[in-house]
Design a protein around this ligand. Sequence first.
Ligand code: AMP
Length: 218
Amino acid sequence: MAQMNLVLLGKQGAGKGTQSQRLCATHFLVHISTGDILRAAVAADSALGRRVAEVLDAGGLVSDDLVNELVRERVARPDAAHGALFDGFPRTVPQAQALDEILAPHGVSLVINLDLPDELVLARLSSRRVCQECGKIYGEADVSAISGTCEICGGDVVQRSDDQPEAITRRLEMFRRDTVPLIDYYHQRGLLVTVDGDGTLDDVTAAIEAAIDRRSTP
Ligand code: AMP
């Protein structure tokens, strides 16, 4: 079967995490989230993790070279042979160029730009909570977000340090600076499809699936 490599672009809080999980399950893709990989490095408290922790806490971006190397290693593992969904990567044009090279000869199949206005991003992220154990994400109205205990695994449900308002605002600025050129990069290659992220989870999933179908049916 041909390899399918999807890139999910969008501001933090646009719903990339949830849509990624669904797409990976439906299309048997490996979920490659550089944010998750970096947070795992921090949790492991390795020398690399300690360097990364400072950048994450400040809401900055980790260097292209480091992130590219982490992705290259992840893609080389056997479970990525069928394809992958990239979430949070690439974030810059140099990272996109590196990804083209890493995925050769298959390349990127489709880039989904999940679009959401800044006001909605701020509202969503400042109320977002995440389980430290299993990674489940909760919104403001979820009982687990209020009680602080995960309904799935009983782990602690916390606010990520990079979901504080100042860090969110910085990330929105960085998104414009770094990622807008990336949207142009993929648009020029005919790989970009923009999906409105302001809908129910099911509506957004359906819009993404329709875009994948259009791409796979010549
Ligand atoms: P995320 O979970 O995707 O929001 O990522 C959390 C943090 O990890 C970001 O704010 C960055 O500091 C760092 N990070 C994740 N992916 C990348 C990337 N592709 N390039 C640079 N830094 C990244």
